[in-house]
Design a protein around this ligand. Structure first.
Ligand SMILES: *[C@@H]1O[C@H](CO)[C@@H](O)[C@H](O)[C@H]1NC(C)=O
Ligand SMILES: *[C@@H]1O[C@H](CO)[C@@H](O)[C@H](O)[C@H]1NC(C)=O
Ligand SMILES: *[C@@H]1O[C@H](CO)[C@@H](O)[C@H](O)[C@H]1NC(C)=O
Length: 324
């Protein structure tokens, strides 16, 4: 499902304008949730966290402010037994398997990992049940993935953010940059930089006489949830929003380290943060209830809180530099 509508603004003829092309398809897919498995991992992570904590001043778990009788161990030999059974080499091997390839929710890879975890836990003697859910998910269109383009006064494309994206074709299952649940349409207009896209950023713009209404905004990732950035931009009348990761927030340049991945872990110019922009929790069309056969389902139009109202697309700072 690709709908492409375009809004033209009354910009001066020689104004540069930007377009956000969004080819988003939303598909309902059955996904599975292995809750027991997740909790098991959480416990593993917690144990790992406390195991390497060097500030422990007494035996066992120490929670500041919690009464001793709630956190002291009745039998420290039990926690010792658990700690001794944890093998860092196995954690590393498992993490490698789980993170080796992307596994976006609802994908075959995701389901394969669920089955793998189920098998592993069953081998350890646990009972695991896989429960299918039918939820609303959002994916970029394979044929025309989203992008941001810079147009000149003659509507000729002078720059396409795609040019500064990684070449994903040699990687397995990589999903191109997108923000889930963005509405599917193309918007065009002048671009306004709006800081981190918080209410105070738009209020400050108004104090200097800049009203983003009818324009596209570009904001930095950080400080608030990306979905709130989209909702706030829409509330101030923006017609579309671009979000990028600022080098000052995601590289080591402030500490004098100019290296980026793959040399080190800092974000490279091509890195674009994906993620949902729906500001509710869980499945948008069955909020608060399990998305099973019995659930009442909202239509996409009546979802509370509403689905994102304006198109949104994430880019890397390599692309942001070109259009800012
Ligand atoms: C638009 O096209 C006209 C005619 O080809 C050209 O003279 C003009 O420089 C172009 N404007 C821009 C901004 O490229
Ligand atoms: C991307 O990489 C593949 C193989 O790694 C290559 O065949 C293709 O030409 C590359 N595409 C671009 C646009 O660089
Ligand atoms: C911003 O512009 C819109 C459209 O012209 C207008 O409706 C709105 O009142 C303006 N906002 C402020 C705070 O001036």
């Amino acid at each position: 499902m690709n709908s492409h509508r375009t809004w033209h603004l009354d910009g001066k003829p020689d104004d540069k304008s930007f377009s956000l092309a969004s080819g988003m398809s939303k598909t309902r897919l059955a996904i599975v949730l292995a809750l027991a498995v997740g909790i098991g991992f959480m416990i593993g992570i917690l144990i790992g966290t406390y195991a390497i904590c060097d500030e422990v001043t007494r035996d066992g778990l120490y929670l500041p402010g919690a009464p001793d009788n709630l956190v002291s161990e009745a039998d420290p030999s039990i926690s010792k037994k658990i700690m001794d059974a944890i093998d860092p080499a196995r954690i590393e091997a498992n993490l490698r398997i789980l993170s080796e390839f992307p596994h976006i929710a609802g994908s075959q890879r995701d389901f394969d990992l669920v089955k793998l975890l189920k098998d592993n836990f069953e081998e350890s003697g646990l009972q695991v049940q896989i429960t299918p859910y039918d939820v609303l998910l959002s994916y970029p269109s394979e044929g025309s993935p989203n992008t941001v383009r810079l147009l000149d006064g003659n509507n000729t494309v002078v720059y396409d953010a795609k040019d500064d994206e990684s070449n994903f074709s040699s990687y397995r299952d990589v999903v191109p940059p997108f923000n889930a649940y963005s509405p599917s349409r193309a918007v065009e207009g002048q671009l306004v930089f709006a800081g981190y896209g918080r209410v105070e950023d738009y209020e400050w713009l108004l104090t200097i006489g800049v009203n983003v209404s009818g324009h596209l905004v570009i904001v930095k990732y950080g400080h608030i949830f990306r979905g709130d950035k989209v909702d706030i931009a829409a509330r101030y009348g923006a017609t579309g929003i671009i979000i990028y990761s600022d080098p000052a927030d995601c590289t080591g340049q402030n500490m004098g380290d100019n290296r980026v991945y793959p040399e080190t872990w800092w974000l490279p110019p091509t890195g674009a943060q994906r993620g949902t922009i729906f500001s509710g929790d869980g499945d948008p069309i069955t909020p608060g209830y399990p998305a099973n056969d019995l659930a009442y389902r909202y239509s996409e139009e009546t979802v509370e809180p509403p689905m994102p109202q304006i198109p949104c697309h994430p880019i890397g700072y390599g692309a942001a530099i070109k259009i800012l």
